[in-house]
Design a protein around this ligand. Sequence first.
Ligand SMILES: [Ca+2]
Length: 253
Amino acid sequence: MKKNLLFIAKALTVVAAVAFVSCNKDNKPSRGSYDDDDEEQYEGIVKIDGDFSDWNGIDCSTASLPSDGMTTSTAIRTFKLTGDAMYFYIYAEMDASQLDMESEWTNPVDIYINSDNNGATGGIFYLWDPLGYEYLIESNLLAFGEFSDWSEPTFYKFTGEDGTDMWASNPPAVEQLASANLCKAAGKIEGGVAKWEMSVLRALIPGLNNTINVGIMMQSPEWTRIGSLPAGPMVDGEETFEAPLKFTLPDAI
Ligand SMILES: [Ca+2]
């Protein structure tokens, strides 16, 4: 109990700090330019601003679309995972021709997180093996062709038996958690490629291990999968599946 209270206090402190920064930020001319006079500002290794140059040469894990005959679900071509003492970060490149640029809320992106670095605990989902996820974050990539900021994604906690699928039971084995300040996202389309970056505040994910395991999936407006990584190659016309992408974060603040 004491440990839980300490965690909550720590998380609230971080949220307060982030909220303070966010308020200041709105008074400044552009995203990412608010780091002048705020000594409490945490300088993360990635700034979520749609300028992807900070990913160049960064220490990260990478998954790419298999080149040897993968013929289904090709919309996500590259997926990168990294992090620092306060956040972990996701970068993805998507095939812009497969995105819906017209609708109000479209191309939902799901981030599956094995938070305890144990593939035997938590839920399963057919795209990754072993997965063992404890949390799922979901929001839309786009709204009327503009990238969404992920200011309030849907944040699910898996509550079912280990090794089961949260959606397979009725009602689903899931609890929805508050998600304010959890994420921030930005994207840009360049040369037919949608480039997208996203941050997750580590303190808001209970029990998050330093070693994280993450899978990304994107769907069509009709909730059909159009992309997911990591992914295995096609073998005899069948998809094969891999473990989620793994990255070890430095100790949290
Ligand atoms: Ca797990």
